[in-house]
Design a protein around this ligand. Structure first.
Ligand code: FEO
Length: 436
């Protein structure tokens, strides 16, 4: 475990820290957050084996006191109790909201009731959410939208705002205290890991939580994560203070580097200038599989496209998600069973929220016996994932005949051509539309 006692300006190690009182981060910065050790599921979608923390901080300057973010609503009393131990309400001049989700803004109203004179600083996009949060009370308060690089003085300490959108909401920003070299990042570089010892050099092993949090919160926003890293890395912060999980005072730069590794695609590109098309299918009686094979054959006729085919029943979702993250296009084949696509297909499609699929080519196909709704359902989902769906989904009743096999081959070829940009507009046969 790294030793923090030799870090200039860092609070000395305090093995008895248990989160029940304020904790010094530096001489001028104090943690006043809340611990939620028994939480086992966050926002429905995330598992939290170690619970989480809602980190809030006080920054003290010679001419003002700032509160950075607050806590989730059930922890208001805990937050106020800690705040009152380190500041009087009348001396609080500034409330910074780096992100407006309820786990960081649950105590805003309670704080405003006690310190209505303070000025709230949010990003331009955060302003819209704050208006919705405060509703009719919004106009009663002093709210200032800040842009990147803008500063607020607290006398001998100052706050600099860095706009870092989509890590992971449009409103997200970071705040830097230049004189302390402390960076507040809210969700960015955070994790759901509750440990009252608070600092990364004192808590238990949170590597799993850090990566799990990245995978489910930050991974879909890869380009924005890189942009944010590029913005914060040159600061050379000696402490990174996120909104969840340990305060990173020992080797914070290592966590920035770790994010850079995590943001790098899991699978190295093997295809160079080639485009990649992945065909996934599930088949009950072999008909959808025959379609998949014909689509694969048609797509493979197109130069510069690498085509791969996978039976979803034979694989795990996560490796497929990693493949799709790097692919240029996917085609998904499913039979219609009880008026729906099969569960394995939905499992894969629902897992795609963790990656950026915007602009990839998507397509759906499948065999059916009676109604055949599954194909259009999958197409809708692909469009919901912001994929391009340039070819109408291909449905074939029962097993494909020879001419229908040809239609599958043509479908595959067209998809591959869309990937290469060499496709030509098709003349639509009106009878095709009514055949659906
Ligand atoms: Fe921790 Fe996006 O809220």
């Amino acid at each position: 475990m790294p030793d923090a006692n030799d870090i200039p300006g860092a609070a000395p190690l305090a093995p008895c820290i248990d989160g029940t009182g304020p904790v010094s981060v530096t001489d001028r910065i104090t943690w006043i957050g809340a611990l939620d050790p028994t939480l086992r599921s966050f926002d429905i979608i995330l598992k939290t084996a170690n619970g989480t923390s809602y980190n809030s901080y006080v920054v003290r300057g010679s001419k003002g006191v700032a509160v950075i973010d607050t806590v989730k609503e059930p922890f208001i009393a805990d937050f106020l109790e800690k705040l009152e131990q380190v500041a009087r309400y009348e001396e609080i001049t500034t409330l910074v909201l780096n992100h407006l989700e309820p786990d960081h803004t649950g105590a805003v109203t309670a704080l405003l009731e006690r310190a209505p004179h303070l000025r709230i600083h949010v990003s331009t996009r955060g302003l819209l959410v704050l208006r919705a949060l405060l509703k009719d009370d919004f106009d009663r308060f002093d709210v200032q939208a800040v842009s990147c690089g803008e500063t607020v003085s607290l006398g001998d300490r100052s706050l600099r705002f860095l706009t870092t959108p989509y890590v992971h909401w449009p409103d997200t920003q970071c705040t830097y205290v230049e004189e302390e070299q402390v960076l507040f990042t809210c969700d960015f570089l955070g994790c759901h890991y509750c440990d009252g010892r608070l600092f990364n050099d004192a808590v238990g092993d949170f590597r799993f939580s850090f990566e799990y949090y990245f995978d489910h919160i930050m991974r879909p926003f890869r380009p924005y994560v890189i942009e944010a890293l590029d913005k914060i890395e040159p600061l050379g912060a000696r402490i990174i203070a996120p909104g969840h999980g340990p305060v990173l005072r020992s080797h914070p730069e290592a966590y920035i580097q770790h994010y850079r590794r995590l943001v790098t695609p899991r699978l190295a590109s093997e295809t160079g200038a080639e485009k990649t098309l992945l065909i996934f299918y599930v088949s009950a009686y072999g008909a959808t599989e025959q379609m998949a094979q014909a689509i694969c054959a048609g797509a493979s006729d197109v130069a510069d496209v690498r085509v791969s085919m996978f039976d979803l029943q034979g694989g795990e979702v996560l490796p497929f998600v990693n493949l799709i993250e790097e692919a240029d296009g996917i085609a998904i084949g499913t039979p219609t069973i009880n008026g729906d696509a099969v569960r394995t297909v939905w499992d894969l499609l629902s897992s795609l929220v963790d990656i950026d699929t915007k602009g990839k080519v998507g397509a759906a196909f499948g065999s059916f016996g009676w109604s055949g709704e599954a194909v259009s359902m999958v197409e809708n989902r692909l469009q919901g994932l912001k994929m391009r769906v340039p070819e109408p989904g291909l449905r074939i009743k029962l097993h494909p005949r020879a001419d229908e096999q040809n239609a599958c081959r043509d479908f595959g070829k067209q998809l591959a051509l869309h990937l290469t940009g060499r496709t030509t507009p098709r003349e639509i046969d009106m009878s095709e539309l009514f055949a659906k």
